[in-house]
Each structure stands twice: as structure tokens, then as C-alpha cells.
Design a protein around this ligand. Structure first.
Ligand code: TNX
Length: 510
């Protein structure tokens, strides 16, 4: 479903406004249409979650998990009756991720054509409830939902969060929490940056030193780490239960010092590199002329493809300043074939557009809009080759950029990115020659050179990640900073309830 974006209802006409929805709390992302209706529904100790078809089970258990811990109610999941009904019976016509949500005095009804649509609808329902519903402990209530009628489906198929676990390592529990917080905003891709100069984070059976040597280091000599096969599978399963696709990235041919330190034979001179714990980029390269390089990547991609149900294997391709351009092109051409051999499509940073990329490949635009022309050219070239783009321009979408000059964490090479900067852009209007149909979606990368612990990630991601998620989900016609800032303000008490240490941007009336 990730590769075929268009909702079936795109031709229904312009989205309606929510002018009459005065008593409906601020929602992020803004749905296609919100109409206030009469009445109020109250969740009580007697409420049941009703799933008439098997396809609704993941959405139901996700909802039950949130509601049970904060309300303390049993909320059994049953096959028939009234209450909160999650019906994947179809006939809605809003595509795989679309849904219709109706709240009346009698109950809540979410209808969709698939379990995935129900899961997205459940995220909206969470935001219709009081903020305390996000608490990890039992709260007093009451748990009332205002009457409403919502029609909704995404603008783009791909709405990603990229997490760099190479510069600093984040364990399985920490990754799960990052997923949990992001799915509330209808994020549906977790892109894991699993290797870089400073560390290799995924066990590869046929190349064990990648983790025993390459996995040991991190930026500034901080502790390393890596995922065992079982742990990676656990992340994939956890994501899948939440309709999130994992895109694993092994960065190549640059950003490879950890691999080059693990195996001497991967280096052109046959000498192992020293482990690296600094933060420079562009100095390492796999030996593109050596056959062993492609045997190595064949093994890595083969093992990864086996445990990755999603359609993409990401082989990086960024900042290959230590690789000659002709060698780079030949390298990307060859690794694209390797990825195809294992039944997957190649994803990479936008520089891969310079190679002979096939239309199933996906390029991620990351260069800032302001500054060098190079990124813009890469993105345009990708579009011209029929390669779809994931838009993650650093000056809007990078969650590791400082908000202001005094933000204690983060970097500023792409400029300062306040809440408004992260929200105020349109992926289909950023670059001439890259239009709506060229865009697969958006992504918010978080690079972790300066970020060591989950609280660091959360401070940088909130409130910016929900803004990127809204750009990927909501109709372009509803885009409005003035409206968004009040809706995102309503998320503040939710983050407080979930113990998220977010940045209280003065631009947002928290
Ligand atoms: C650029 S963006 C990089 C990363 C850094 C990041 C820091 C990209 C494709 N490469 O290696 O971590 O900047 O903001």
C-alpha cells in the first residue's frame, strides 16, 4: 500500500471546512472533513469495543491499550453489540488508510475498508477524548466525546519518521516509545538509520564483526549497541501491529567507517580503519572497485530482506565525497540490482538520482531549499527519471536542527527551524519540476550526533514531528499556520499526560 498513494475519493471535490465544529477539540493532522453533530458519548465502566470483523483487531487492541491504563475500565473486545464499534466491513471508499468516524449519544462508530483505516481512525478518536486519556496511570475522567462526523484519508502514502540509531544507540524499548508517540499523528513509516561511521547496529550472521567491532562505538565515546535478529524482528512486529512499515537503512558507499573498521578486506588498501567517534561526514568509502564489496552487500541485503516485510531496503548514498562520481554511479547501479534480486526496491538519499535508478526506486530529498543548488537538481533529476520522492528538506524537516540559537541540543548547519518553519511548506511546491504526482510523501529525520537519550529525541521531535505528519496527511487546501498553531497547542496537555518533555515554542499558544 505504501507505493500506491491515491485515495479513491480524491475526485470528490474540495474538502469541507470545519467552521461548525466549534466544540470539537483541535486535531492533528487536520482531517479532510469535520462536522460537529449533536449529543455527547461517554465511555464508562460498561463500555465495550466491538469488532464485527477480524480485520479490526489490531485497531481495537491499540485503542484498548490506551483507554484501559488511563480510564481503568475493562473495555472488553467483543464481536457484536454497541459501544465503540470498529467496522472494517468496507464500502467507505476512502482508500486503505481512510475512515469515517461518527460520534453520537449512542456510541462511536469507525468504519473503514481495512483494519489500517480503522487504526488511523482510532488515532483521531484518542484526540477527541480529554488529554488525560494519554496518561500511563488511572485518571478520574469523565471520558466524554463530543458528537461529530469525520471523513478522512491521507494526501500522501508515505509519512515517515527517520531515527538515527548509529550516532547514538537507542534500544528496543526506546524505539517502541518513539513509534508510539509518532503513530498518534498517523506516521506510517519508521526509517531506521542502522549504520554510519560511528556505529553498526544490526546483527548480520555472515559478517559477525560488524556488531562485535562496529557496534561497540558511538559519538563522543558513548556506549554503542546493536539489535540482535530477534530484537530487530521485535521492532518490525511492534511497528506492523501499528500499521507502520520499517525501512532499514545501511548507509553506503560513504558513512561506512564502522564497517571498514570491522573488516580489513573491505578497504581498498586491505587495512582496517580505526573506530571513529567524531561527527565529521564525507571521509569514508567502501571500495567500489573490489568484488568483495558486492559480496558483502549481497549478504547484508539478503539477510535484511528476509526479516523486513516492507518493500524498501535503503542503501543511503548520501555525501559520498570520498567516492569518484563515475564509481558512485556504477556502485549505485550494482546495489540497485542486488536489492532487486531479493525482491525489494531501492530507497536512498537524493544523490542516487545521479545513477541509473529505475522507477520503483525512491529518492529522499534532504538538502535545504536555501543554500546549494545540488539537492534541488538531484530531486528534479529523480522526478524526471520517474523516481518518486520522499521530501525531507533539512531546513524544514530535520528534527536535529536547533529551534533557536539558544536551543541546548542539536545542530544549525541548515539554519534554525522553529515550529512554524517545520510546518510552513508544501512538498509539492518546494521545487519547480517536482509536483504532487512525483511525491510519495514526507519524512522527518532525527540525526543523533548531539542527542543521547529518549528525552533528547522527544524535546526535538515535539512539536515539530506532528507538523511534518500533518503536511503528509492533510489536504493542501486546509494548510494554515494560524489554524494549526491552536490545534497543535491542544496536543501539549496530551504530551504532558504521556510524560513527553516537549519544546514549549513561543510561536504556539500552549
Ligand atoms: C547530514 S542528511 C547528513 C547526516 C548528518 C546530518 C546532521 C544526510 C543525508 N546526511 O549524516 O547526521 O546532516 O544534521
Amino acid at each position: 500500500t505504501l507505493s500506491c498513494a491515491q485515495p479513491s475519493t480524491a475526485a470528490e471535490g474540495p474538502p469541507q471546512t470545519r467552521a461548525s465544529a466549534v466544540n470539537v477539540p483541535g486535531l492533528v493532522p487536520e482531517p479532510v472533513s469535520v462536522q460537529a453533530a449533536g449529543g455527547t458519548y461517554e465511555i464508562t465502566a460498561a463500555t465495550r469495543i466491538v469488532v464485527p470483523t477480524g480485520d479490526g483487531f489490531r485497531a481495537a487492541s491499540g485503542l484498548a491499550a490506551v483507554l484501559r491504563r488511563s480510564t481503568g475500565f475493562p473495555l472488553p473486545i467483543v464481536r457484536s453489540g454497541t459501544g465503540i464499534v470498529l467496522d472494517a466491513g468496507g464500502g467507505v471508499g476512502h482508500g486503505d488508510e481512510g475512515y469515517r468516524l461518527t460520534v453520537s449519544t449512542d456510541g462511536v462508530l469507525i468504519r473503514a475498508d481495512s483494519g489500517e483505516g480503522l487504526f488511523r481512525g482510532v488515532q483521531t478518536l484518542r484526540q477527541l477524548l480529554p488529554a488525560a486519556v494519554e496518561s500511563r496511570t488511572r485518571q478520574p475522567g469523565p471520558w466524554k466525546v463530543a458528537g461529530v462526523e469525520i471523513e478522512d484519508y491521507p494526501r500522501f502514502a508515505y509519512r515517515g519518521a527517520m531515527l538515527d540509531v548509529a550516532r547514538h544507540f537507542f534500544d528496543v524499548g526506546e524505539v517502541k516509545r518513539y513509534i508510539d508517540l509518532a503513530v498518534a499523528y498517523k506516521v506510517n513509516v519508521l526509517h531506521l538509520h542502522l549504520s554510519d561511521d560511528q556505529g553498526w547496529r544490526i546483527a548480520i550472521k555472515s559478517w559477525p564483526r560488524l556488531t562485535t567491532v562496529g557496534g561497540r562505538t558511538a559519538v563522543d565515546g558513548d556506549p554503542g549497541g546493536y539489535y540482535t535478529l530477534a530484537e530487530y524482528k521485535d521492532i518490525v512486529r511492534y511497528a506492523r501491529e501499528r500499521y507502520v512499515t520499517v525501512v532499514p537503512e545501511i548507509d553506503t558507499p560513504g558513512h561506512t567507517n564502522a564497517a571498514l573498521a570491522s573488516y580489513a578486506k573491505l578497504n581498498c588498501d586491505g587495512k582496517a580503519r580505526k573506530p571513529y567517534t567524531g561527527t565529521d561526514v564525507g571521509f569514508s568509502s567502501l571500495c567500489t572497485g573490489k568484488e568483495i564489496t558486492y559480496r558483502f552487500l549481497g549478504d547484508v541485503v539478503g539477510e535484511l530482506a528476509k526479516i523486513t516485510p516492507g518493500p524498501y531496503i535503503d542503501l543511503g548514498g548520501d555525501e559520498a565525497q570520498s567516492t569518484q562520481h563515475a564509481d558512485y554511479v556504477a556502485f549505485v547501479d550494482r546495489v540497485q540490482k542486488i536489492v532487486h534480486r531479493y525482491g525489494k526496491s531501492l530507497m536512498g538519499w537524493e544523490e542516487i538520482a545521479g545513477a541509473h535508478v529505475s522507477p520503483d526506486s525512491v529518492a529522499e530529498h534532504w538538502n535545504p531549499v536555501t543554500g546549494t543548488q545540488e539537492g534541488t537538481e538531484n530531486a528534479r533529476e529523480a522526478a524526471a527519471k520517474g523516481v518518486k520522492l520522499v521530501m525531507a528538506p533539512a531546513d524544514h524537516a530535520y528534527l536535529d536542527m536547533k529551534y533557536t540559537a539558544s536551543t541546548p541540543l542539536g545542530q544549525d548547519w541548515a539554519g534554525l527551524v522553529e515550529a512554524r518553519d517545520s510546518y510552513d511548506w508544501d512538498p509539492a511546491r518546494l521545487i519547480t519540476g517536482v509536483g504532487e504526482d512525483d511525491v510519495l510523501g514526507v519524512e522527518a529525520p532525527i540525526w543523533t550526533e548531539t542527542l543521547r537519550k529518549p528525552a533528547d529525541l522527544e524535546f526535538m521531535a515535539y512539536p515539530r514531528l506532528p507538523g511534518i505528519a500533518e503536511i503528509g496527511w492533510s489536504p493542501a487546501s486546509s494548510h494554515s499556520w494560524a489554524d494549526y498553531r491552536t490545534r497543535v497547542a491542544a496536543q501539549g496537555p496530551r504530551w504532558t499526560a504521556a510524560s513527553v518533555d516537549f519544546y514549549r515554542s513561543p510561536q504556539i499558544p500552549f
